[in-house]
Design a protein around this ligand. Sequence first.
Ligand code: ATP
Length: 262
Amino acid sequence: IETIMSEVMDKTPPITWNDIAGLEFVKKTIKEIVIWPMLRPDIFNGLRGPPKGLLLFGPPGTGKTLIAKCIANESKSTFFSITASTLTSKWQGESEKLVKVLFEVARSYQPAVIFLDEIDSLLSQRSDDDRESSRRLKTEFFIQMDGARTTGEERILLIGATNRPQELDDAARRRFVKKLYIPLPEFIGRKQIIINLMKSQPCNLTEEEINRISELTEGYSGADMTHLCREAAIGPIRNLEGMIETVALDQVREINSQDFLD
Ligand code: ATP
């Protein structure tokens, strides 16, 4: 269990709403339907209770993982995270057991958020990979999700993320009661990502230049924007590359000659 937990429990720094650029409508909806109910189960009970399953779908790199982390942090829940491919490849043959243990541990840590990335590859309707093992895994998931739903007392939220929602089968779709589309960032979102990243780095871009970049990057995802800014930040240092290499080589030579002298 310890090995499992070290793999699925999140150790990254907490994510807050401010770390997520744009997506104002998504944030507002999540606060209303997920965060408040999770923070105040005394008021949001019965019909007002939080959903047990939330599906985030949309293009890659639009912040689905960030949102899941943020939900866990803002609802003061323990965050567990696993990708479907890890589950099926690394834990091959043992994956249903892992799912069972994961939910059990999450129960003991509740309120808890379980984030399952690439959920389509696990709960898809494709018949070619409908092998016995993947069927068993699917069933175990549904059992655990249904268990969490019927007892009502449990404060476990399963968040699934996918770029291919059309591949989920009906049984999976039904269990993710809430479904939220996470779109590519608009101009304002792209601009916000640049500004947020610039805070950590001295940079003399003017407002007009930032606006221009934000305009030119229509169709870029949040991940693309981050990548672009990182590339730009490395630019000035790239010119120094030769120099850094020379210095490093000199140091190596020095160390080697010292070894020799010793
Ligand atoms: P995938 O579908 O590929 O798993 P994803 O939708 O889960 O992607 P994330 O992993 O959350 O996307 O985002 C990747 C990176 O892109 C984040 O670590 C972050 O740096 C940046 N990013 C994406 N969207 C946003 C956003 N809305 N605000 C700030 N940063 C973002």
